[in-house]
Design a protein around this ligand. Structure first.
Ligand code: CUA
Length: 317
């Protein structure tokens, strides 16, 4: 039974996706949280073993009379001293891990995050000080402290990248701040961690942690206007009413900025991988793929026009 339980636990842990696992830390805060988890788990396991051992001894052990003094001492040590010292030690360990941002240095970069049903509006500051709008995919330089400035336009969401650290709510009318310092380059997965409506579970985002040079290159590319050629079909179908493609159509801002859409890994905020077939499906039935999505269906467009939009979007590198 115990062996089966252990085997099951190992299988569960092995199945955990390291891209989105608080137990595969790739950031300073995540490493501290993982340490806290293992320390608390070990502490809890030790206490459990001592109590179960005592219980088993009480039931199966040799019955012989004990002095009253022994009984008093046993109750005092086991019932008062041990829990007080044990819990105090765990509390002190936990409190020491609380972040102290008031005294921390200024962050290396700031990312504006607006959570919306059901996607992430993102803003970066470019090297020249200009604001760069993007969406649904976060890029960070390794070893730098990023400050996420979080808010929401509709309901409460929560911003969580388990591999990098703890979560923070995005609340309408309020601004919350979360700092994270990635320590390992790689691709991770962030999620919305507060139930926010029918597509709460489809409100994710890839997180790409680069070396500093590659990050600067990415940011510079994002700053540039779109380089794709023909946006005719996109504009004719009215996509520009909701989406900005800088340099081509800059009026609408209801939906995600698509200026460098084809550089992203997913569509629908982590819902599907960005492939030509998935993109075509998305244009036909967005609210079927992602319930509650405000993106209208373009199923009634002639196939050729829809394909022209897909081709245009895939050029937006
Ligand atoms: Cu947004 Cu859950």
């Amino acid at each position: 039974m115990l062996a089966a339980g252990l085997l099951f636990a190992c299988a569960m842990l092995a199945a955990c996706n390291p891209e989105q696992s608080a137990l595969h830390p790739a950031g300073q805060d995540a490493a501290e949280l993982a340490n806290l988890f293992w320390f608390m788990t070990a502490g809890g396991a030790l206490v459990w073993c001592i109590i179960m051992g005592s219980a088993i001894y009480a039931v199966l052990g040799r019955k012989r009379p004990r002095s009253e003094r022994f009984a008093d001492r046993f109750v005092f040590i086991g019932g008062v001293a041990f829990p007080t010292i044990g819990l105090a030690a765990l509390l002190v360990f936990g409190l020491a891990l609380l972040p102290n941002w008031a005294e921390a240095d200024t962050p290396d970069l700031q990312v504006q995050v607006v959570a919306e049903q059901f996607w992430w509006r993102l803003g970066y500051e470019a090297a020249d000080g200009s604001q760069v709008a993007t969406a649904n995919e976060i890029h960070l330089p390794v070893g730098a402290t990023a400050e996420f400035v979080l808010t929401s336009t509709d309901v409460i969401h929560s911003f969580w990248i388990p591999s990098l650290g703890g979560k923070m709510d995005a609340i309408p009318g309020r601004t919350n701040v979360l700092r994270l310092t990635p320590t390992k380059p790689g691709v991770y997965r962030g999620v919305c961690a507060e139930f926010c409506g029918p597509s709460h579970a489809l409100m994710a985002f890839p997180v790409v942690v680069h070396e500093a040079d590659a990050y600067a290159e990415w940011l510079e590319t994002q700053r540039q206007p779109a380089t794709a050629g023909n946006g005719e079909a996109f504009i004719a179908a009215g996509c520009g009413a909701c989406h900005v493609v800088r340099g081509i159509s800059e009026a609408g801002s209801v939906g995600p900025d698509l200026t460098h859409f084809a550089s992203r890994r997913t569509i629908g905020a982590g819902t599907m991988l960005l492939t030509p077939a998935n993109l075509a499906d998305w244009l036909v039935a967005p609210s079927h793929i992602k319930p509650g999505s405000r993106m209208p269906s373009f199923a009634t467009l002639p196939d050729a026009e829809r394909q022209a939009i897909v081709d245009f979007l895939l050029e937006l590198k």
